[in-house]
Design a protein around this ligand. Structure first.
Ligand SMILES: [Zn+2]
Length: 291
């Protein structure tokens, strides 16, 4: 059997599957309730133990927020898991379950989930983008998850859109995340991003202008990604896609504005299908691929 875990700042989700990837059961809890890495590992191991029905768990993949030391399976200092510094997650889970454990980037896992079981099915070259508080991504190239030389490929949020733009948390200026991420829009307008999008929906001129500008920046990122990667499809998930009708037309219009990207090679843009299950579904796939 396999297990896929999606470790987020608000929830931890675990899915159990047959060795061919067929999902059997899933369960979740709130991350803050568990508190420490040790308790999270104990909880996940106990749930897996209880549901595995005497079958052996061969392989576990866990998607976690970056930065991650992929090679050693260590969470370095994820901003949305305060206190989780240098956590050797792979070895902790291995000790608790006896399975081989693969630690991966959460956006990579969500992208893999959409590729195998969601909006990306049937493609070979797909870019997954999660647009919410921050901006992240996962690259599927030639039918495989592309992780790069150090496991950090797909950091779409840190593509520089404007070198004179606002300073990002990462230290660069004018990153896509600093220009269009929900947290930066909230900082700029003084309203939570969800409120901002609601106001734009309701016809508020200023809110509409801010949202459109953010969608245009995202569209510029789509142009650069198309030129760099030549995907067939963009799949977009994350909280902002709840306002799809508000952002999709501007992104498409921006993508179409490139005279260099001819219609024949212009990728499609679809909304993600798996919602917040994408991460656990992708982690199961990663456990299957690496078993
Ligand atoms: Zn950045």
């Amino acid at each position: 059997m396999l297990a896929g875990i999606d470790l987020g700042g608000t929830q931890v989700r675990v899915a159990l599957a047959r060795s061919d990837g067929q999902l059997l059961a899933s369960f979740r809890t709130k991350t803050p309730l568990l508190g420490t890495p040790q308790r999270m590992v104990e909880w996940a191991a106990a749930e897996i133990e209880q549901h595995r029905r005497r079958e052996k768990i061969n392989s576990i993949a866990i998607g976690a927020p970056g930065p991650i030391d992929i090679e050693h399976g260590v969470l370095v200092n994820p901003p949305n898991l305060p206190g989780w510094r240098n956590v050797p997650l792979a070895s902790m889970l291995r000790r608790a379950t006896g399975a081989q454990v693969h630690v991966a980037n959460d956006a990579d896992m969500a992208g893999l989930g959409e590729y195998h079981r969601g909006a990306g099915r049937g493609t070979r070259n797909m870019v997954y983008i999660t647009w919410s508080t921050g901006v992240g991504g996962g690259l599927i190239i030639g039918g495989r998850l592309h992780r790069g030389a150090h496991g950090t490929a797909g950091e779409i949020g840190h593509m520089i859109i404007d070198p004179d733009g606002p300073l990002d948390n990462c230290g660069q200026r004018g990153c896509l995340e600093a220009m269009a991420g929900g947290a930066s829009l909230a900082r700029e307008t003084g309203h939570p991003a969800a409120e901002l999008f609601k106001a734009a929906q309701g016809g508020n001129e200023h809110a509409r202008m801010v949202v459109e500008r953010a969608a245009r920046y995202m569209g510029l990122a789509l142009i650069s990604l198309t030129n760099a990667i030549d995907p067939e499809l963009f799949v977009m998930g994350g909280g902002v896609t709840r306002s799809w009708a508000l952002v999709q037309p501007t992104m498409i219009e921006t993508l179409k504005s490139s005279p260099f990207i001819k219609p024949a090679r212009r990728p499609r843009l679809l909304r993600a299908r798996l919602g917040d299950r994408a991460g656990q579904v992708g982690a199961v796939e990663w456990a299957r691929i690496n078993q």
